[in-house]
Design a protein around this ligand. Structure first.
Ligand code: HEM
Length: 413
């Protein structure tokens, strides 16, 4: 990688080389153009922020709005028309609307409420591992990493078990589309499918409420006027969407990196208490959300000596911030005993008022998944230890995750 221009182009096109090692590109950008205008199709209207201090400040800067509707003109100029039917939620709003929407679901995700889910998560992990083949090579992602968070979030929301596969399929289509016409059509169809699904499910729950989060939200809507019908459907979608892929990819990345760093895995095995710190380090080292969702400049803003003009979109590269040597010593090393890697040191779950609502749940799921997997299969290994991992090829901004994770749980001999 030689020029800034090439670095930005690689990030935008998300070339296989970039997927394999985005960190070399980010290192270049942090040093040469830490707040960098991106090229078409983004135009000069999107700025990429790559240093830790800038990223942390930008994530909580009130001048950088998350209001999807306020930013609609900028979105349309850059991405064309897009449906916002599912976007009327906390992630796409500023205070006071953001505060109101987040408060309604916040209580379901407090550390205490999440801790109460521990026995059920343990049970799901055990059942999934029971089904995995011990001696054969198989892909851990569809067998374990994906079903775990899908089952947990569907249970929590009250989505019936028979609909889980459909949910997974539709939200995968929504997440994995690019700029092409065909991709856009598929995305729109999937969004319409999810909208229709949640509208019907909410109607059914209004008639027969259950002991679940969606029924509680309906009560908030109907009794207190807590949220509009559009906000209700969009909140259901956000929780489903944000609640599973992120965690599934993190579990996959974490298993891959621990199996590739035997000394780190040994440390976690020898000291089970270390699992909490290890998960934080794994989120820092190679978390599943590569870039925060867009912000939109409501006025001219200066970052790192670069002017971001009013109306521009801002993209914050979380993966880059988490490897910034200005913040972390030896950032490219995985160190589960890294001193001071507290939960809020890295930006893997964001920062500020939009800090990940589901972080306590994601942490618990990942801690239990890794602990039980390595405890039960102490000889587990990558099926292709010498082969390069295959990373997802999705447009930027995107999730950071593996396309497959072939392993053998209990190799013979
Ligand atoms: C927001 C990461 C799991 C629900 C965010 C943000 C990040 C993030 C970076 C901030 C986005 C921004 O500011 O643009 C992750 C990662 C996860 C994970 C890495 C797993 C490893 C979950 C889970 C849920 C969840 C399990 C549960 C339902 C949310 C919601 C928001 C959010 C609702 C929006 C919060 C707001 O706007 O106030 N997440 N997330 N996430 N996350 Fe997560």
């Amino acid at each position: 990688m030689t020029t800034t221009h090439e670095a930005v182009a690689a990030a935008e096109r998300c070339t296989p080389e970039f997927r394999r090692d985005p960190h070399a590109v980010y290192a270049h950008l942090r040093d040469s153009a830490p707040v960098c205008p991106m090229r078409p199709p983004h135009g000069n209207e999107t700025y990429l922020v790559t240093r830790y201090d800038d990223a942390r400040a930008a994530l909580s800067d009130p001048r950088l709005s998350k209001d999807m509707y306020g930013a609609m003109d900028a979105y349309r100029r850059i991405f064309g028309d897009s449906s916002v039917a599912l976007d009327d939620n906390m992630l796409n709003s500023d205070a006071p609307k953001h505060t109101r929407l987040r408060r309604l679901v916040n209580s379901a995700f407090t550390p205490r409420r999440v801790e109460a889910l521990r026995p059920r998560i343990e049970e799901i992990v055990r059942d999934l591992l029971d089904e995995c083949p011990a001696r054969e090579r198989f892909d851990l992602l569809p067998a374990f990493a994906f079903p775990l968070p899908i089952i947990v979030i569907c249970d929590l929301l009250g989505v019936p078990p028979e609909d889980r596969t459909r949910m997974q399929h539709l939200s995968t289509t929504v997440a994995q589309t690019g700029f092409g016409e065909e991709a856009k059509r598929a995305q729109q169809q999937a969004e319409e499918g999810l909208h229709a699904y949640f509208t019907d499910l909410l109607t059914a729950k209004r008639e027969r409420p259950g002991d679940d989060l969606l029924s509680a939200l309906i009560a908030a809507r109907d009794n207190d006027g807590g949220l509009t019908e559009s906000e209700l459907v969009s909140t259901a979608f956000l929780l489903m969407f944000a609640g599973h892929k992120t965690t599934a990819y993190l579990i996959g990345n974490a298993v891959h990196h621990l199996l590739s760093h035997p000394a780190q895995l040994r440390a976690v095995r020898e000291d089970p208490e270390l699992i909490r710190a290890a998960v934080e380090e794994l989120v820092r080292y190679d978390g599943s959300v590569e870039s925060a969702t867009f912000r939109y400049a409501t006025e001219d803003v200066e970052y790192g000596g670069t002017l971001i003009p009013k109306g521009a979109l801002v993209q914050i590269a979380i993966s880059s911030a988490n490897r910034d040597p200005r913040k972390f010593d030896a950032p490219d090393e995985l160190d589960v005993r890294r001193p001071g890697n507290a939960q809020d040191a890295h930006l893997g779950f964001g920062h500020g008022s939009h800090y990940c609502l589901g972080a306590p749940l994601a942490r618990l799921e990942t801690q239990l998944a890794l602990t039980r997997l390595f405890e039960r299969f102490p000889r587990m290994a990558l099926a292709d230890p010498a082969g390069a991992p295959r990373w997802l090829e999705v447009p930027f901004p995107a999730f950071r995750g593996l396309a497959e994770l072939p392993v053998v749980l209990d190799p013979a001999g």
